[in-house]
Design a protein around this ligand. Sequence first.
Ligand code: SAH
Length: 493
Amino acid sequence: MFAGLAASMRSMPTTLPELSSVTPKLTAFPVFMRVEGRRVVIVGGGDEALAKARLLAQSAAAISVVAARPERELVAWAPANGVAIVEASYEPRHIEGAALVFAATGEEEADRAVVRDARRLDIPVNAVDRPELCDFFTPALVNRAPVAVAIGTEGAGPVLAQMIRARIDQMLSPSLGILASLANQYRAAAERLLPKGAARRGFWKEFFTGAPARAVEAGDREDARRAAAALLRDGGRAAGHVALVGAGPGAEDLLTLRAHRLLMEADVIVHDALVPEAVISLGRRDAERIAAGKRKGCHSKTQAEINELLVALGRAGRRIVRLKSGDPLVFGRAGEEMQALRDAGISYEVVPGVTAAFAAAADFELPLTLRGVASSLVFTTGHDLKGAALPDWAKLAIDGATVAVYMGRSTAAEVAARLAAAGLSPDTAVAVVENASLGRRRLFHGTLADLPSLQDRADLDGPVMTIIGDAVAGANFERSEPLAARIGAEAAA
Ligand code: SAH
């Protein structure tokens, strides 16, 4: 057995590259080549040719594809993308005068012939999927023209290159190109008006991440110009800004790309207790973190203190992410924070997040609206039930709305009683999810009659979402436990 293993190990490469402190040299050096208006020729009419044409069409090169029998998809795609198709058998004259040539016939001999001709004519050539024949490689490209990020692996790992591309793509705002073009218009003014050094650097940092960037992102170029002019007048001094950001229900990958980008740009992250560490640590590593607390029973800061904190940080010119669980505008007290910021004249924005009701419904495969059964949806809380009056949503539940109850664990009995008093059948289906979206989530199902038992369950210490209504019957109960089981078990004991 060992002999076999040893033999198979002998056939593995024995000379792994040395890990040394010297950075290995690149065999291909990345450059950005001017191609605007110049001819780039692709030889071949199949998938390989189309893929290259798609990549190159992101530039202003004059692209032509030479193929005797171009495939239909290529023929359909080309005209709208400014690509000319030369329907002819390849001859050397087709590539004369080109700036770059691609051999993409899919056949080795034909590719070799193109490479030979190109080299004779002193034109750099790339043969698709034949690195040994290539004078240059094409990168995986993140395009925010005029900004481009090109990723190369010298042909070693196209899959790796695409993975890196995807990560960089999501880091960069979709409107970065527009912002970069706008920056060009301010370069001369910045050089004239701002002294070289800290002031000018501060101006550009604020230009690319502050008010001008936000205005471009919102699609308002006029506002962006005003913000840039004001920034020049203020000598590049950063103005504070607060982003009220929804962190989603807990799973890191339910954060939006915009939320992630803002977290990476933040100077300060002010977060609620429900936001997991894994989400907060997606933020800039050296950002200051402030826990604003607020879990039931352990209020570490009052709402007024949080408002004051945000205003003070904003006045100090900091870039603040106020990170709230779920969506910031759903039971997040964002209304009060926005009012305080407005009163203090501090700019802010709101970034939506996946609210707990949606995450719980997804975990349960529960249709929140169901054709012919439930056509409205109520987000409510078990918390501000006051006096003996029926809450107004109780009537909506009778009329067939699906009701999502936030913060409803400690008031489960009260909620059930109110709904029953309003006339909702005790058989109405109920779904409960603790820790929705997280690995440690627990799912329970039952009826309105079982709901009060939720209140006495000491084993549920995570956040709990309760969904009530006939649409709940459409959920998947394969992974949920009966809500009433424990009561039954305790009664039997
Ligand atoms: N803004 C948040 C809600 C804050 S109120 C949002 O949009 O989701 C806090 C309540 O949200 C909790 O008491 C609980 O009812 C619910 N909640 C938050 N995260 C949850 C999760 N992962 N699973 C279940 N319920 C959750």
